[in-house]
Design a protein around this ligand. Structure first.
Ligand code: NAD
Ligand code: UDP
Ligand code: UDP
Length: 314
């Protein structure tokens, strides 16, 4: 059945891939974005598509449209971007969630929230299951994002309990792939761009901190599977790839894959940088039948090709 689907943050990295998938499935997509970190270039290939509509709008303001489903992704995701205007980040998370929940309530439609592994903060339990309540420093520089996303989850569950809304909450772990912003400061984009330019690879701290990286196509499958899961399964559900690497290992893999002359240099570790992160994904497997398929080196190959093209055309 053809649906009209709203994707907020649809001109961003993950959002633009979601728009692609929903259009491929035959739906009509309304993409709403204020172009803070995303841009028209991420969806320029869709602009001529009669099933695609792009609206410049900030979700901290009310939005009156008619749709059958809502994916709420609007929010800067990289530490550099979300700390640029931290109060605005919290507003986007919280007021944005209220507006999109109000819209879902008026229309009686399902709504999916792109939450994050950051709700676990610097975790003291490893790997992280969904029932772990986290270790967030609520007054630190990452709190605008972490606490904003935590409050958005609270709002989703209150609208579910109070108004019977069909909510779907996913906690996304580090995701990478084509259309990441080359200057967003995230580790994969930084390392690939540095390696391709034969510049120093900047490892923060000793590089012993770990992350688990999920290729964007795997994530998007999980997102749509969650939206289409039976009503009553609200999550939160972790979506991420449990293969864990240290940041130093990642640097070495990228140097090798790009055949780069770059040297590794060590820079100060940012405040409150989580020491380890790895999703427990039994719930996604059991409830959605979702398991990520794409290995780090395969995903990196596609991402390196993408950045190669971006840098060549620069
Ligand atoms: P992104 O920065 O590429 O995309 C976010 C999009 O939201 C951008 O296009 C931006 O312009 C838009 N936006 C920001 N504030 C807005 C506002 N007030 N109104 C309307 N649009 C606004 O980041 P991404 O990596 O694609 O992340 C998408 C979502 O997934 C975010 O909610 C993020 O928190 C979540 N997430 C991402 C990751 C990851 O590893 N990429 C991990 C966990 C959670
Ligand atoms: N809202 C919106 N679009 C709608 C309906 C509501 O943007 O179609 C916003 C509106 O700004 C409102 C918020 O969602 O403040 C929360 O709506 P809700 O009905 O839950 O609460 P209330 O209207 O009582 O504040
Ligand atoms: N990082 C790094 N060098 C960089 C960028 C990031 O060593 O040039 C580290 C960062 O300190 C963190 C990890 O890589 O420990 C992942 O950082 P990212 O910003 O990608 O995501 P997040 O910290 O939100 O998981």
């Amino acid at each position: 059945m053809k649906k009209q689907i709203l994707v907020t943050g649809g001109a961003g990295f993950i959002g633009s891939h979601l728009c692609d998938k929903l259009l491929n499935e035959g739906h009509y997509v309304l993409c709403v974005d204020n172009f803070f970190t995303g841009g028209r270039e991420n969806v320029s290939h869709l602009l001529g598509n009669e099933n695609f509509e792009l609206i410049r709008h900030d979700v901290t303001f009310p939005l009156y449209v008619e749709v059958d489903e809502i994916y709420n992704l609007a929010c800067p995701a990289s530490p550099v971007h979300y700390q640029y205007n931290p109060a605005q980040t919290t507003k986007t998370c919280v007021v944005g969630a209220i507006n999109m929940l109000g819209l879902a309530k008026r229309l009686h439609v399902p709504i999916l929230q792109a939450s994050t592994s950051e709700v676990y903060g610097d975790p003291t339990i490893h790997p992280q299951p969904e029932n772990y309540r986290g270790n967030v420093n609520q007054i630190g520089p990452r709190a605008c994002y972490d606490e904003g996303k935590r409050c958005a989850e609270t709002l989703f569950f209150d609208y579910h309990r109070q108004h019977g809304l069909n909510i779907k909450v996913i906690r996304i772990f580090n995701t990478y792939g084509p259309r990441m912003h080359p200057n967003d400061g995230r580790v994969i984009s930084n390392f690939i761009v540095q390696a391709l330019k034969n510049k120093d690879i900047t490892v923060y701290g000793t590089g012993s901190q770990t992350r688990s990286f999920c290729y964007v196509d795997d994530l998007i499958k999980g997102m749509t599977m969650m939206m289409n899961s039976k009503e009553g399964f609200t999550g939160p559900v972790n979506l991420g790839n449990p293969c864990e690497f240290t940041i130093l290992e990642l640097a070495e893999i990228i140097i090798k894959m790009t055949d780069s002359k770059s040297k590794i240099v060590f820079k100060p570790l940012p405040e409150d940088d989580p020491k380890q992160r790895k999703p427990q994904i039994n719930l996604a497997e059991e409830k959605l039948g979702w398991v990520p398929q794409i290995k780090l080196e395969d995903g990196l190959k596609k991402t390196i090709n993408y950045f190669n093209d971006v840098l060549t055309n620069d």
